[in-house]
Design a protein around this ligand. Structure first.
Ligand code: SF4
Ligand code: SF4
Length: 427
């Protein structure tokens, strides 16, 4: 569909009253303080693009990518403008006029093919395990990598050798009486970087009466592609994922990754496929998608048994933007943590403020990302927490890097890992 005809561009631009509320909450604006990187500036820029006042050039793209896609502006806009959607649409429009071979290889070829992606992660694991990564760093070889990768490769630490998919069966039967058949959307980052989270998810769901199926043929949720100007690739991925899950009759489609659930939710699917022949299939698919913590609280209403001997741990919770802003899910992860024996939940200041990771943002805008991260880490450090819980693998990776930058001792976990551990302690 033509850029001008895209629903957010066509219907929302005229709603901006230039009030500046979005600017006052934007983490990037608060670091840079320049109107061109403010959400209001982005809205203005998209309008000029639509009207042909500015050309779809790389420098406009670069301005627009000074944005975490955290959606803080969108949820605070009194006119209800989906500013991040306007930004995403504009990035794709500009990218079409300025294609880039390296980016095509990464986002169209590697990231859309689970086997390629797995091999790339294996190569990084091999480099880490053999010391080649640090040797490469010393010799300056990492400087050959594109964008801010030479600096950002430090974020990719301790990559596990075995993916979750290679350790989990395709079908895990319910323990005891079966309540639901659940399709588990195992996102790339959980699969390849945090297999322990996936194992905990399956353990907790099966223990609570769910048969868990991991359909073969699922692909990336498409969020990295949207953030990198590849809306048409994200559309293709969405269709592939819908088709992979349509083969089953699931009661729910569950994911433990905030980015995946936001990408698969109704709103984003509407953006990708709302004007296509896949609209109804996308709606039926999204209607079943649910964040894991929401499912555990509202559908299964889990209550792990009390345990007076459970060790006391101070846990603070960081809200992933894709859960809190994109889906309004803030209470459920906290409620889940409160229900786990031994957990003392300590709130950090500005828990709902972006950590600066935002998928690939820390890889493309490393210095800015670190400025935002350092503020988050100050707030985490002030809690004195032993554990930092969050529901997004990208936030986990970024916060883990923050912990190491600041010399803290806190460990990163997904709430489901603590829950799974609590059940194991009872066995
Ligand atoms: S908050 Fe909304 S209406 Fe106000 S300037 Fe920002 S985009 Fe425009
Ligand atoms: S999405 Fe986040 S970073 Fe981007 S303009 Fe909005 S508030 Fe700023």
């Amino acid at each position: 569909m033509e850029f001008k005809e895209l629903p957010p561009v066509k219907e929302q631009l005229m709603k901006c009253v230039r009030c500046g509320k979005c600017r006052s909450v934007c983490p990037v604006f608060s670091e840079i303080g320049n109107e061109t990187v403010a959400p209001r500036g982005h809205v203005f820029m998209v309008q000029m693009l639509r009207d042909g006042i500015v050309a779809p050039e790389q420098k406009v793209y670069d301005h627009l990518t000074n944005c975490l896609m955290c959606e803080t502006c969108s949820v605070n806009c009194p006119s209800g403008i989906d500013i991040h959607e306007l930004n995403a649409a504009a990035r794709s429009y500009i990218y079409e006029h300025n294609p880039n071979l390296a980016k095509d290889l990464i986002f169209d070829t590697m990231w859309t093919n689970p086997a390629y992606l797995k091999n790339v992660v294996r190569m990084i694991w091999g480099a880490q395990a053999s010391g080649a990564q640090s040797l490469g760093r010393k010799l300056g070889l990492t400087k050959l990598l594109p964008g801010d990768m030479p600096k950002a490769e430090k974020i990719l630490t301790d990559i596990p050798w075995r993916s979750a998919r290679s350790q989990l069966p395709a079908v895990s039967p319910a323990i005891g009486k079966k309540k639901f058949t659940v399709g588990y959307f195992l996102g790339c980052a959980t699969d390849l970087l945090n297999p322990e989270v996936a194992k905990a998810t399956v353990a907790v769901l099966t223990r609570n009466g769910c048969e868990v199926v991991i359909p073969p043929g699922t692909k990336c949720c498409g969020l990295p592609q949207i953030a990198n100007g590849k809306m048409s690739t994200a559309q293709r991925l969405a269709i592939d994922n819908i088709e992979a899950f349509q083969k089953y009759d699931f009661d729910y489609i569950i994911t433990d990754c905030a980015s995946c659930s936001s990408a698969l939710a109704v709103k984003n699917m509407e953006l990708l496929l709302g004007t296509t022949e896949y609209r109804e299939q996308a709606r039926a698919f999204s209607a079943k998608v649910m964040d894991l913590t929401y499912f555990l609280i509202h559908v299964l209403d889990i209550h792990p048994p009390a345990n007076d001997k459970a060790p006391r741990v101070r846990v603070t919770y960081h809200d992933p933007c894709h859960l809190a802003n994109a889906q309004g899910i803030k209470d459920e992860p906290r409620e889940l943590l409160r229900r786990i024996p031994g957990v003392e939940l300590v709130e950090m200041k500005d828990a709902n403020r972006c950590c600066g990771g935002s998928g690939t943002f820390s890889l493309t805008h490393y210095d800015l990302s670190m400025q935002i991260l350092d503020k988050k880490m100050e707030n985490i450090g002030a809690t004195g927490a032993d554990l930092v819980a969050t529901c997004c693998p990208s936030c986990m990776m970024q916060l883990r890097h923050g912990v190491s930058r600041q010399g803290l001792h806190a460990r990163l976990v997904h709430p489901v890992q603590l829950l799974s551990q609590a059940y194991e302690d009872q066995d």
